[in-house]
Write a protein that binds this ligand. Structure first.
Ligand SMILES: [Fe+2]
Length: 312
């Protein structure tokens, strides 16, 4: 029994053994996971946070799409979910989770999964995403997106969990590469290979955070372009951009600053390689005026636009 009193166990309808037996091979049944019928435009949206909800609802600014944190809308009713139901009439939406703890060795949290599925069924978002990390163990939860050891064992484990979440939701999940501040001595797999192999095994796609690639490249001393070159374009369903803090001994992914020049440059090279993709400006700390986020999104759009012309 867990500390919160709930029984653990594999996600509904699946056993750990069934997926464990397939470790190292594709974990998805044919024709699965399903993607949403609606799609996000390959344009620059913003992460909608509570200080801007009222303004966006009343002014309906021309933002191509919005992303929200799933857990903020887990209540079954109330003003938050009513706001989202209102906004979905005018804006394509993406649900971005921060609390699934995909890489944990605890059993998947069925209550969390059930709340997410209820929200997904209600909002019918274009995309649903989570982080490739862990944020709790032994029933204890942390407010951090903690790094996975890039080993074969962790790869098999997290790939199985992604497949289980997709099965429970009945649809595709995107997984996001996270910023990290330490590596594991027994890691054997480069981050970019680990990430792409999770996608291959589980049938999910990537939410590629270009800022996180830059932060990790600086913090761990690898070449960010080598990372990009290892990612097959068809895996990339969405891109994140955000700002970091460079005042300490390593870069910290704070989501509290404008996108940095080297990240804009890396984003340009990513779009040149992958083509235009739905791109999100994330800002979660010292959140500025909505106009500042729109200005950042306009900058991203100016990088996307020439590639739309080429594609057309
Ligand atoms: Fe992100």
């Amino acid at each position: 029994m867990r500390q919160d009193g709930r029984q653990g166990g594999a996600a509904e309808g699946l056993s750990e053994d069934a997926y464990g037996a397939m470790a190292g091979r594709a974990l998805r049944p044919a024709g699965f996971p399903r993607r949403a019928r609606n799609a996000l435009p390959a344009a620059a949206g913003i992460g909608l946070r509570s200080p801007h909800v009222r303004q966006v609802r009343t002014e309906r600014p021309p933002i191509p799409w919005l992303e929200v944190h799933s857990e903020n809308y887990f209540a079954d009713g109330g003003p938050a979910i009513r706001a989202l139901e209102d906004l979905r009439t005018d804006y394509p939406l993406s649900l971005h989770g921060v609390g699934m703890s995909l890489g944990s060795t605890d059993p998947l949290d069925r209550v969390h999964l059930a709340k997410l599925k209820r929200l997904v069924d209600r909002i019918e978002p274009a995309l649903v995403s989570e982080h490739l990390c862990w944020s709790g163990v032994g029933g204890r939860h942390f407010n951090d997106l903690l790094p996975l050891p890039y080993t074969e064992e962790a790869l098999a484990h997290v790939s199985t969990r992604v497949a289980q979440v997709q099965e429970a939701l009945g649809r595709e999940l995107l997984v996001e590469n996270v910023s990290t501040y330490l590596g594991f001595a027994d890691a054997t797999i480069p981050e970019w290979e680990f990430v792409t192999e999770v996608v291959r095994r589980s049938g999910c796609r990537l939410l590629l955070d270009v800022n996180n690639i830059h932060v990790n490249a600086v913090n761990h001393g690898f070449d960010a372009d080598r990372y990009l070159a290892a990612i097959p374009g068809e895996m990339v369903a969405e891109i994140h951009l955000a700002g970091f803090d460079a005042s300490g001994s390593c870069l910290i992914d704070t989501h509290g600053a404008p996108v940095a020049p080297p990240v804009w440059a890396l984003f340009s090279r990513a779009i040149a390689r992958f083509g235009p993709r739905p791109t999100l400006i994330e800002w979660d700390l010292d959140i500025p005026a909505l106009a500042v986020l729109q200005s950042e999104a306009a900058k991203a759009q100016s990088i996307l636009d020439p590639h739309h012309v080429v594609a057309g």
